[in-house]
Every structure is written in C-alpha cells, then in structure tokens.
Design a protein around this ligand. Structure first.
Ligand code: AMP
Length: 113
C-alpha cells in the first residue's frame, strides 16, 4: 500500500527535509511533539519495527546507524534525545512505513503515555 511517506520519498508531496543520503530520508514531523522532532525512513521499505524479526541484520544495522547519524547531524548528541518506533495498533502507529522518531531539544518526560 502506498503511504504518505512513500509519496514524500518519491518527492510527490513536499517535506521539510533534515537529512538525506543513499540509504535514508529524514524530515521534520508535521506535528512536532518536541522542539526537534524528525522522522527517519529507510529508502528500502519495511512496514514496521516487527519486520526486523525477518530482515537482513546488516540492513537493520545500517538503518540504525543512519538514525544515530541524523541525530548527530541535528546537534542532539551533547544533550541527548529519544528514539521511538511506534509499532502496530497498540503502539499507535499511524503510517505503515517504518519510521524512527527522533525527539529532542527539551527534557522529555518518562514514562510515555
Ligand atoms: P506514527 O504515529 O508513529 O505512525 O507517526 C506518524 C507521524 O507522521 C506522526 O507524528 C505525524 O505527525 C507524522 N506525519 C504525518 N504526515 C506527515 C507529513 N506529511 N509530513 C511530516 N510528518 C507527517
């Protein structure tokens, strides 16, 4: 199924791009929950985090490394940040294209709701 993130990746609809390379696209969330709220999607699609059970570990590692690279690019390393993968219905995943949320720029609350 084509999602809004497929269409952002295809440049069919605009996004505020924070970082892009040959493996990932990172763009600012349209409804930010922190001063910095960026989504990182891999250019090779997985639907959700649960797909990692059967995915190529090297590809997973490259994706996770890219998420860390984007956080560094956003200058979040010193003060820290949170990575969130919402997965499935109870995880409140609303877009069926895997995406890491990078949240930072303020002290975040814990536990999440
Ligand atoms: P999730 O609930 O984990 O599936 O997160 C989906 C996220 O995508 C939400 O935080 C939305 O605010 C965000 N979102 C939806 N549409 C867009 C868009 N066109 N550009 C940027 N972020 C979006």
């Amino acid at each position: 199924m084509t999602t809004i993130f497929d269409r952002i990746l295809a440049k069919e609809i605009p996004a505020n791009v924070a970082y892009e390379d040959d493996k990932v696209l990172a763009f600012h969330d349209i409804s930010p929950q922190a001063p910095i709220h960026v989504l990182v999607i891999p250019k090779t699609k997985w639907l959700r985090f649960a797909d990692f059970v059967q995915a190529d570990p090297i590809a997973i590692g490259e994706y996770m490394s890219s998420v860390a690279k984007v956080a560094k690019h956003l200058n979040l390393d010193e003060n820290g940040y949170r990575i969130v993968f919402n997965n499935g219905r109870d995880g409140q995943q609303t877009v069926d294209y895997i995406h890491a949320h990078i949240l930072g720029g303020r002290r975040l609350n814990w536990p999440p709701g």
